[in-house]
Ligand binder design. Structure first.
Ligand code: NAP
Length: 481
């Protein structure tokens, strides 16, 4: 078992008093994947100070040199993807194929921003004075904080850190305490590609000890956070007025299945969208709004499909569902499975699995409930696990009304063959990401990503060119002779 360190000002540092925590394998908690510093407030202050010290030189570094670092890091992630994927599967539980894909997508993200960032600039403006030039420049913000969850432990950090660095910012990066190793590998990739000391500072530790020290620091000019709505709202509320925030938060994403849908395809969308990553994707499908005319048939086919799924360690490519990633999340999923049994009709699963392959891991069978109504907690609250709620709808209008009756608005999908439903759905649904005959999960590196309502802050999207916008500020210049 390896003991890892923070990286502050380019120096590997332990917490001053040496306290650590263990990164555990959720498929077998006897397996300690790594040991990390349980950093204290002083370490967090040192990380912010190191970023502040490195900022000026980095912002003045030619952009082609900044791009070269991102491109070198992309190559490093790609070369080591198989090895890093094994580590990710051990620390987070997802399948080895998904883990490898996540490292490859992160490499793609770094390359996208290396290229796109080099053509991201301001505008010039026509005016009457022939001896004057009026233009806007896009400048970096300064020190920015990146705080990320465990479910995509490298791709979420990559899509925040890459646009921050290419635009000339210095970063303090705090990964999830439940999966810090993959973020460490991203940091390692950038450092070995030549990132100067202090430009990216990696610090681990609990949100309670170091979170507020980072997010409330007036030196930190922007916070890009992905995680729960409760934590995101708390950070947003308590951040200084001068700090820009980008919060990517929870979801309760619907899949509408219309009466004309290809039902096998709809079942596939429900299973892939709802259960890949064992239901632990912010974009995961959790509400199935099914037209009354096909509800019975759809439910039967869904159940038949669920019974074929293999549950077990993500290391075995034959398994379809891995463990729940953390003990806390396991308890949440089992609690909601019990709530579902009390308030709706239980169709399948929701039990903790025991026995030979499961004994030391956090395994549950996927749960399905039907006859779910809008008032029920399993229809309203984010569970973040393999729990599907089937809600009957009478018409397209009823489906839209029920889908929109949610405090969240991250992603939404519809399964239909009717072009009229497709077209109207894109306009009527209250979601930042809209999918037609596609899973709610999955988003592109080069397209903006974010939600509506309590799923995101209203101001900035991430991914694509939106990521560059978040990390830059506009200065308007009037240049005479
Ligand atoms: P979380 O508990 O909110 O934690 C996310 C990150 O924030 C962790 O690094 C955590 O540190 C840190 N943190 C928590 N409270 C903080 C505070 N007050 N100040 C500073 N940092 C704080 O979320 P999670 O359980 O890791 O992830 C699951 C959630 O993420 C779900 O709600 C899911 O929907 C959401 N998510 C959203 C998206 C999206 O793009 N919209 C994508 C993925 C996940 P510790 O680990 O040390 O507690």
């Amino acid at each position: 078992m390896t003991e890892f360190r923070n990286l502050i000002g380019g120096e590997p540092t332990a917490r001053a008093n040496g306290k650590t925590f263990d990164d555990l394998n959720p498929a077998d908690t006897r397996d300690i994947v790594g040991r990390f510093p349980a950093s204290a407030a002083a370490d967090a202050r040192a990380a912010v100070a190191a970023a502040a010290a490195a900022f000026d030189a980095w912002r003045k570094t030619p952009i082609s040199r900044r791009a070269k670092v991102l491109l070198g890091a992309a190559d490093y992630l790609e070369t080591n993807a198989a090895r890093f994927a094994e580590e990710m599967t051990r620390e987070e539980g997802k399948s080895i194929a998904l883990a490898k894909d996540e490292f490859l997508r992160s490499a793609q993200t770094l390359r996208f921003y290396a290229i796109e960032g080099q053509s991201y600039g301001g505008e010039s403006f026509p005016q009457d004075d022939a001896d004057m030039l009026v233009y806007t420049a896009r400048e970096p913000l300064g020190v920015v904080a990146v705080i990320t969850p465990w479910n995509f432990p490298v791709s979420i950090p990559a899509r925040k850190i890459a646009p921050a660095l290419i635009t000339g910012n210095a970063v303090v990066f705090k990964p999830s305490s439940d999966a810090p190793l993959s973020g460490y590998r991203l940091t390692e990739a950038l450092v070995q590609a030549g990132l100067p000391k202090g430009v990216l500072n990696f610090i681990t530790g609990s949100a309670g000890e170091i979170g507020a020290v980072i997010t409330s620091s007036p030196t930190v000019r922007a916070i890009s956070f992905t995680g729960s709505t409760a934590a995101g709202e708390e950070i947003h509320r308590s951040a200084p007025l001068t700090t820009r925030t980008q919060m990517e938060l929870g979801g309760k994403n619907p899949l509408i299945v219309m009466e004309d849908a290809d039902l096998d395809k709809a079942v596939d969308l429900a299973v892939k969208g709802g259960l890949s990553l064992t239901g632990q994707a912010c974009t995961g499908t959790s509400r199935l709004l099914v037209h009354a005319a096909v509800k019975r048939e759809f439910s039967e086919r869904l159940l038949a499909k669920l019974k074929t799924l293999r549950i077990g360690s993500g290391m075995d490519p034959k398994n379809d569902l891995g463990p729940i990633a953390t003990k806390k999340q396991l308890e949440t999923v089992l609690r909601y499975a019990d709530i579902g049994k009390q308030e709706a009709k239980h169709l399948y699963g929701g039990e903790r699995l025991r026995g030979e392959h499961y004994e030391h891991g956090y395994f549950v069978s996927p749960a399905v409930f039907t006859d779910v109504t809008q008032a029920m907690r399993i229809a309203r609250e984010e569970i973040f696990g393999p729990v599907l709620a089937i809600i009957e709808v009478a018409s397209y209008e009823d489906a839209i009304a029920k889908a929109n009756d949610s405090e969240y608005g991250l992603c939404a999908a519809i399964a239909t063959r009717n072009p009229r439903y497709m077209h109207r759905f894109a306009q009527d649904i209250q979601a930042g990401t809209v999918k037609i005959n596609r899973t709610t999960t999955g988003n592109l590196v080069n397209a903006p990503f974010g939600g509506l309502k309590r799923s995101s802050t209203a101001s900035f999207r991430e991914s694509g060119r939106s990521g560059l916008e978040f990390y830059t500020q506009i200065k308007t210049v009037y240049q005479g002779i």
